[in-house]
Write a protein that binds this ligand. Structure first.
Ligand SMILES: Nc1ncnc2c1ncn2[C@@H]1O[C@H](COP(=O)(O)OP(=O)(O)OP(=O)(O)O)[C@@H](O)[C@H]1O
Ligand SMILES: [Mg+2]
Length: 285
């Protein structure tokens, strides 16, 4: 468990469009549906995809008679002063205050980070207990984690993003004795088994071994994800035809199963309040 009490999950990858925002919202909503208290934080101040996704969700909820859960959401703006040093201090202050302000109210934070390096992205990775890195299912996207020998397929050199994550992990380990769990997830996996797909799987496992992180089973490429953003929904929400403009399909069911497997693979700690509730039940038995 983190220094803050709530478990912090940062979804990160400096490669743009790898599925960070989609994954962040799905993780958050799945945990909400499991009865947990969840806060989301958007530190991608340029695109604000998660913030806009949740705004769409609010609109859908207001027009609906169904019970649809909503996380507590914080959007973290970039500081725009003249001094980089001062901006960093201001951003750190805002970030730590946002976490501290919600730490006793939620069980999990899910933080969406931008597809580029920056102070807020580093703060999110540095504060995380679990880092989830979605990787698009292609060798080009793996290159953002490590440079791979084109002949042998061996990872030769870690990338700047991986080095940042490793630095955050080393600092956490030195400070608290507990590391940051880092999990890679293949995203948008082609349904057609191909030579590329098996090459990506073999290589991602080698890269993970080099980086000392884990690989979770991936999420398939599914058209359904395109229709979810405008209504702010996830595959875990009540997906009736009137919301989606079409009947829910096997694709929803399969996508749910994949995200469930992902959360299981993350091995998130049970929230402390659940532990104490379980203890009370044991004592009264
Ligand atoms: N499993 C999937 N199947 C099909 N489309 C997907 C899947 N996951 C994500 N997408 C689509 O890929 C696009 C990029 O996803 P998303 O915005 O989540 O990526 P991102 O990593 O947050 O991007 P950025 O780096 O720009 O913040 C979106 O159009 C999203 O709907
Ligand atoms: Mg995004």
């Amino acid at each position: 468990m983190s220094q803050t009490g709530a478990h912090i999950i940062a979804v990160g990858n400096e490669k743009g469009g790898s599925g960070k925002s989609t994954t962040a919202l799905h993780l958050a909503v799945y945990l909400l549906h499991q009865g947990h208290r969840v806060a989301t934080m958007d530190v991608d101040s340029r695109q604000q995809t998660l913030t806009r996704y949740l705004r769409n969700r609010r609109t859908t909820i207001e027009a609906s008679t169904r019970q649809i859960p909503m996380p507590k959401h914080v959007h973290m703006p970039t500081a725009w002063g003249d001094s980089i040093r001062e901006n960093q201090v201001v951003e750190r202050d805002m970030f730590t205050k946002a976490i501290a302000g919600l730490r006793d109210e939620v069980d999990y934070f899910v933080i969406d980070t931008p597809g580029f390096d920056g102070n807020l992205a580093r703060l999110a990775h540095g504060f995380a207990d679990t880092i989830v890195t979605p990787v698009n299912d292609s060798m080009i996207d793996l290159d953002v984690l490590a440079r791979v020998d084109p002949v042998t397929g061996e990872p030769i050199e870690t990338s700047p993003y991986s080095r940042n994550v490793q630095k955050a992990r080393a600092e956490r380990l030195a400070a608290t004795g507990a590391g940051i769990d880092w999990v890679l997830v293949r995203n948008r996996i082609s349904n057609l088994g191909s030579r590329n797909a098996s090459q990506v799987q073999t290589t991602i496992e080698r890269v993970a071994a080099k980086l000392g992180c884990r690989v979770a089973d991936g999420i398939a490429e599914r058209v359904i994800f395109r229709s979810l953003f405008p209504i702010g929904m996830t595959v875990f929400d009540p997906l009736e035809a009137d919301l989606l403009g079409g009947a829910p399909s096997m694709s929803h069911v399969n996508a749910r199963q994949e995200y469930r497997s992902l959360v299981a693979a993350l091995r998130l700690p049970a929230p402390a309040r659940h532990d104490s509730q379980a203890e009370m039940v044991r004592r009264s038995a």
